[in-house]
Design a binder for this molecule. Structure first.
Ligand code: TGC
Ligand code: FAD
Length: 390
């Protein structure tokens, strides 16, 4: 499809600054040139795109809102959202790489790290010279991270870390991992674990049917000696990791609009070209119903993200607002991926079209960063004041 068919049904472009539009154009161009030609093959072969993190660094997609003095671009939250949208139009794996590096690794180091940690890690993370991962989920504790078992003891001149994290994006390829574990008093703290530390291993999780162009694995800590200077000094408690999730979930809310756009534009073009019963299938009411609903849902999601971005720029976005946007927009995108595939008939199952890949990817996206159910319960708690989690 032609890029001019990307929907802007309510004229949101007029709300963007020239800088926003330039950022969008440059990421869009990169996705067209670097991601689109290779992504089907990478996903089919379960391999990641070559040099992805360095490429993302070169286009400014890593830590865009991190201050320039630490290697970021000091951009606003709308810019971050736009970057995520453009990346996920290519593939959720590409957006995932940028989400984890930006919101789950650079964000906590910038927010909660010491000056030395910021200087040591952020500039290299920003250019993709270092790859980071984020370890919160454990084999026995996913939606309920407060029950985590990973823990460390104070051994005088270092900490001794034991435990395991599971389902970790980029674990097998990471140079550092920001991980969350309990201290001796049971408080959740953040630690930066480096690849070279003895007792730290990262086995890969094989045979996924989703996010096949992204590496997923475990982080296993067996009596790992962590230097004291690798503790994130400025946060304790679950609000540490959950603050990172606020940022990543916000980015996902924008990102999935990109996946939905890719499916919608592909289906619209196909429906106008494909003829059955002597006319273009886009002329049949049933196909129009699907296409009209897709563009309606994409437009609503765009407006939700726009206002959430404004709230975030003003530091007013609540975790519950972010949950609503993440939940709504991921469901919007996965529904469009599934329904749009049908518009292509048999062709819809093929790798040369993106629907099956997006639909399969979005099965992870609807689960990670808080499941669809968990976000509903967060909204439920926010509006009723009653906790339905336990
Ligand atoms: P609860 O008692 O409600 O809260 C504990 C403390 O945390 C504070 N808090 C938050 N702070 C900042 N942001 C938020 N969103 C926060 N939510 C809660 C809260 O105020 C409290 O602070 P304090 O000072 O009183 O101690 O916690 P709970 O144990 O009842 O759990 C709440 C629940 C279920 C909402 C939460 O744990 C949750 O969100 N669960 C889902 C877990 C999750 O999202 N995991 C994601 C793992 S990372 C990932 O998936 C990366 S995928 C990356 C990719 O590839 O793109
Ligand atoms: P569970 O928590 O066991 O949930 C199973 C089902 O029970 C879900 O449907 C859930 O909604 C439901 N459920 C749970 N509690 C309740 C309740 N109170 N009420 C009603 N229903 C409930 N984690 C990281 O820390 N870092 C990463 O980089 C990362 N990357 C990931 C990449 C991929 C590809 C995937 C698939 C996951 C990743 N995750 C990561 C983990 C992800 O965050 C968890 O899978 C997610 O939080 C859910 O946890 P779980 O899989 O243990 O499911």
């Amino acid at each position: 499809y032609h890029l001019s068919s990307i929907p802007d049904y309510f004229g949101m472009d007029q709300l963007l600054t020239e800088e926003h539009k330039l950022i969008r154009q440059s990421v869009r161009d990169w996705v067209e040139n670097f991601v689109m030609p290779k992504i089907d093959e990478a996903a089919q072969n379960h391999t990641d795109l070559p040099n992805l993190m360095k490429e993302l660094g070169a286009i400014g997609a890593l830590g865009p809102y991190i201050p320039e003095e630490y290697g970021g671009s000091g951009l606003d939250q709308i810019s971050y959202g736009i970057i995520m949208q453009e990346l996920e139009r290519g593939d959720s794996a590409v957006r995932s790489a940028a989400s984890v590096q930006s919101s789950l690794v650079m964000f906590p180091i910038n927010e909660f790290g010491s000056e030395e940690q910021k200087k040591k890690f952020l500039p290299k993370l920003a250019i993709g010279e270092l790859i980071g991962s984020f370890g919160l989920t454990e084999p026995n504790h996913g939606s309920d991270p407060s029950s985590m078992e990973s823990h460390f003891t104070d051994e005088g001149d270092h900490y001794l870390l034991n435990g395991a994290k599971m389902w970790i994006t980029n674990a097998p390829v990471c140079d550092i991992a920001v991980i969350w574990a309990k201290d001796e008093s049971g408080k959740v703290r953040g630690l930066i674990v480096e690849r070279a530390f003895e007792g730290f291993t990262t086995p890969e999780t094989h045979n996924k049917w989703s996010l096949r162009a992204s590496k997923t694995g475990e982080l296993v800590f067996s009596n790992v000696k962590v230097p004291k200077e690798n503790l994130l000094p400025n946060v304790s408690g679950l609000k540490g990791p959950l603050s990172c999730l606020n940022s990543a979930r916000y980015g996902i809310s924008w990102g999935v609009i990109g996946a939905a756009i890719d499916c919608y534009c592909t289906a619209l073009q196909y429906a106008k070209e494909r003829k059955q019963f002597g006319k273009a299938i886009a002329g049949f009411q049933l196909q129009q119903k699907k296409l009209a609903e897709f563009v309606t849902e994409i437009t609503k999601s765009q407006l939700l993200c726009w206002q959430l971005g404004n709230l975030k720029n003003d530091h007013k976005a609540t975790p519950a607002q972010i949950s609503m946007a993440k939940r709504n927009n991921v469901k919007m995108a996965i529904d469009i991926a599934r329904e749009s595939r049908q518009i292509l008939g048999g062709m819809g199952i093929m790798g040369e079209f993106p629907m099956m890949r997006h639909a399969a990817n979005l099965e992870s996206v609807i689960t990670y960063e808080g499941t669809h159910d968990v976000h509903l319960l967060i909204t439920g708690m926010d509006i009723t004041g009653l906790n339905a989690f336990n």
